[in-house]
Design a protein around this ligand. Structure first.
Ligand SMILES: *Cc1c(COP(=O)(O)O)cnc(C)c1O
Length: 223
């Protein structure tokens, strides 16, 4: 595993996707997802010049945090979070990408000692197996979330199905982008909706073409 080379390739490819989309090269934040590797490998990757680090599970997040807390990184919890685990982890989190229920938001609000930047996870593809709010639920959800002082909704997060073809990807990512813009225009309290978290190793180029501002990349760093 040549981490230095993989890192260069991923960042060059993200920059190229930005250029192709007519976007500034620094308009996309790359979250390096370290869930496949141990803390020492994650540390070696960080040494190649990583700012954003992401984990999808609480136990692995805490493992990495223990070893890398001094590195001045931005910490992302990207996977679904059980309510009973919130208190173990939330105060180490800078960005939480998978806010998918009001009950979870209330627990975060109760346990957090700083404002947590959250992405609302939306199920644009309407896959039954996927987490996230359906679009039509948001009118009811947003006023509830507006009341929670420790929750700042920075944007939307979505995932495309594993078997999505180019046309599906385009529809899902554009659907998420259009929704983000619509919500941003509402200027809700504590909800800038300026960001969008979409794109993984297999589909980040398409996500960037459709306006993603945070891509969550694992496999491509550790091949
Ligand atoms: C694992 C994971 C990723 C990264 O996926 P890769 O295909 O390895 O790039 C992104 N987002 C979430 C929520 C994940 O769990």
């Amino acid at each position: 595993m040549d981490l230095e080379k993989n890192k260069k390739e991923v960042f060059a490819s993200v920059e190229e996707a930005c250029r192709k989309a007519g976007r500034p090269e620094n308009s996309v934040n790359v979250v390096a997802v370290t869930k496949y590797v141990d803390s020492s490998t994650a540390k070696r990757l960080v040494a190649t010049g990583i700012q954003h680090i992401g984990e999808n599970r609480v136990d692995k997040f805490l493992d990495k945090y223990q070893v890398l807390a001094a590195e001045n990184l931005t910490w992302h919890l990207i996977g679904s979070l059980q309510r009973r685990k919130v208190k173990e982890v939330i105060n180490y989190v800078d960005y939480f990408h998978a806010l998918d229920s009001i009950k979870l938001a209330k627990e975060i609000d109760k346990r957090a000692d700083h404002v947590i930047n959250c992405f609302l996870q939306v199920n644009i593809s309407r896959e039954a197996s996927k987490h996230g709010f359906l679009v039509e639920e948001l009118n009811q959800v947003l006023p509830e979330l507006e009341k929670l002082e420790k929750i700042r909704i920075v944007g939307l997060m979505t995932m495309a199905p594993i078997d999505a073809g180019p046309q599906d990807l385009s529809e899902i990512f554009q659907g998420a982008k259009d929704l983000q813009k619509e919500l941003q225009r509402k200027q809700l309290i504590n909800m800038p909706f300026s960001e969008i978290s979409m794109g993984m190793s297999r589909d980040y180029k398409e996500a960037i073409a459709h306006g993603s501002t945070f891509v969550r990349i694992g496999t491509a760093f550790f091949k």
